[in-house]
Write a protein that binds this ligand. Structure first.
Ligand code: UTP
Length: 225
């Protein structure tokens, strides 16, 4: 089974006592062999520090995005180093490189590619490129809600969502550096055009990832057609 796992920037928050990335390194080592997969790492708080500093100096938005890309690649590099021989030793910066590195059979970790979208779009592109059986978006929320749960107490978590409904729920999301939503418009379009089986789940509990891989219920499943 081929999979793409988007590991949100929350896993690289070093302000927390025990950065989750350590737990994920252990889990990914166990999974290799049963699954062949790519991990796309978010930029997280470090990306946002850089983007904020740059924006305050009047740096153009595309260059703020670029700082986000570089920090997401730094997080991918940390994963590569933590995984040692389980990972391909380079972080791909193009889909050509991704294809070549993935053919090694090792875990490939990568960050951003180009300005104007999020690492969720990169993960969708990676899933399309390797023809993944599953795209898991490990975020820091339980899944997709009918509305923003921090603003609407009546918001309900959905177990399944159609791609059109998801696009509608996320239509008010921001598209500025460091503030792309749960899924940005490019990610949604790629998932839709290739009908990529996708699950959005809470990655703060790494066990949820195992559940998704074993086809057990967790998070929100995106349905097509
Ligand atoms: P992320 O998409 O990871 O943002 O990349 P994030 O806010 O940390 O999201 P989560 O928590 O992982 O879900 C950080 C920033 O890098 C730029 C964007 O500005 C993004 O907000 N970026 C990333 C790009 O411009 N292009 C890319 O391909 C990837």
């Amino acid at each position: 089974m081929k999979a793409v796992i988007k590991l949100g920037g929350f896993a690289f928050s070093f302000e927390e006592n025990h950065p989750l990335v350590e737990e994920y390194v252990k889990l990914f080592k166990e999974l290799l062999g049963q699954y062949h997969f790519v991990v796309v790492t978010g930029g997280g708080p470090i990306a946002r520090y850089y983007i904020k500093a740059a924006r305050e100096m009047g740096v153009p938005e595309s260059l703020c995005d670029h700082l986000g890309i570089l920090t997401s690649r730094l997080n991918a590099r940390l994963l590569v180093d933590g995984l040692g021989e389980y990972a391909f030793p380079e972080v791909p910066t193009t889909i050509d490189e991704l294809k070549h590195y993935f053919a090694s059979g090792k875990i490939v970790a990568m960050g951003g590619l180009t300005p104007g979208h999020s690492t969720n779009a990169v993960a969708a592109i990676a899933a399309e490129t390797i023809q993944a059986d599953l795209f898991i978006n490990a975020t820091d929320v339980d899944g997709v809600y009918t509305a923003d749960p921090s603003k609407d107490p009546k918001a309900k978590k959905l177990d399944e969502v159609t791609i059109d409904r998801l696009a509608q729920i996320l239509s008010k999301g921001e598209i500025t550096a460091g503030a792309y939503d749960l899924m940005d418009p490019l990610a949604l379009r790629i998932i839709a055009r290739s009908e990529i089986p996708t699950i959005i789940l809470n990655g703060r509990t790494p066990d949820n990832l195992l559940k998704a891989l074993r086809n057990e219920s967790t998070g929100t499943r995106v349905v097509h057609g």
